[in-house]
Design a binder for this molecule. Sequence first.
Ligand SMILES: [Zn+2]
Length: 484
Amino acid sequence: MNENERQVKSITPKSEDFSKWYLELVQKAELADYTPMKGMMVIRPHGYAVWENIQRLLDLRIKATGHVNAYFPLFIPEGFLKKEAEHVQGFSPQVAWVTIGGEEELEERLAVRPTSEAIIGHMYARWIKSWRDLPVLVNQWANIVRWEKVTRPFLRTTEFLWQEGHTCHETAEEGEAETLKVLDMYKEFCETELAIPVLSGRKSLREKFAGAQMTYAIEALMSDGKALQMGTSHNLGQHFSKAFDIKFEDRKQTLQYVWQTSWGMTTRTVGALIMVHGDDSGLRFPPRVAPVQVILVPISVGDWRRNVLPVAQAAVNGLRAAGVRVSLDAREEATPGWKFAEYEMRGVPLRVEIGPRDVKAGQAVLVRRDTKAKETVPLASLPSRVPEILDSIQAGLFSQAKVFLEANIRDAADYQGFKDILENQRGFVRAPWCGGEACEDRIKTETMATIRVIPLDEPEGTAEGACVCCGGQGKAVAYFARAY
Ligand SMILES: [Zn+2]
């Protein structure tokens, strides 16, 4: 066993210590690394390649729904942030400030953007004059800084990457429709590309975005039973348009404030991929976002460079022509066994092995990362068979995660039952809630759980049964969970 082999095998099993498993995997699979600045991570090439795939596939959807990309400044004058009272109150504990430029003290300090509503609102007030200028459907891909006390790579970092959509509409109805359209887009994206099933719905007012009228979210269940917010879509109403004076002349020539939305999805999604799909051997990336979908490992025995390598290279070319992201590892300093463990840990969905005997038989051995099942395939069929297997892996990871999610949504009969589920089983607890913040606060203090979403098909005010906490009249059925 060489040094590398020992390293591969030293990951703490997921079942033994989930948090340790996660942190070790992030580093050993070279997704991210720590820096001397607390809470700031480097996204390494293997992790960044996943983010690039997420970006590309989400950007396609953002554009297909009529949005365009733009870029706004990193700094926001303090006065802008203060214009929307709830917004500044919500974000001020997390804002980093620039007070000196070069060697001069600034007259007004600048916030490093914790989100861009304020600067974008200021610009929209200049650009929007008439109903003919609407809707404005703009998205930005950017970095964000929020000073965090407790951090964890990908899940909560002081600086992170995201996209933020900022739209303006003529009517309240159009704003609400946009908010829900984006929520659906996020849900479809997570399920199709990330193979992560989600619950979608609205947040309670306590959990909504600072300055929003209503926040909607999609929530996924990590394999340790904790929830993770995957994306949010906010109906801002006229809160920011009144604060930033974004007015337009409507079709009857009266001045009106625009109706706005904002929505975002971040590098947290990479953390979700690790926590939803990973196992004791390492990562299991869904093929659609995997940096490398297929790793071809030639079996290095005998005169393999002459007998096997050209066949392996031809197989790689054939797969590339079929649109597969494939890589060939012909390094001589590492054994096939080490390579197998390494690529399993790095989450490559499918391994192709070709040895001297396979060459003679005109075949290759395929090993799936998700089930570790083996299959022998004629070399000539690789370009047709491999994409089929990749689709099957994508579908298999999704259905595995969906079975897990569904098995971990439980109804609570009473408050004791509610507490027992969160203590012993975790997952989502579905329960009626009276709508009161006092109960939300008590639940959070006593169980560490929060309302993750209130499903949209549960209209407010019609819940059956009593509030799981106070026993008062239930107003909505909510999904509660402990969350990252
Ligand atoms: Zn209550």
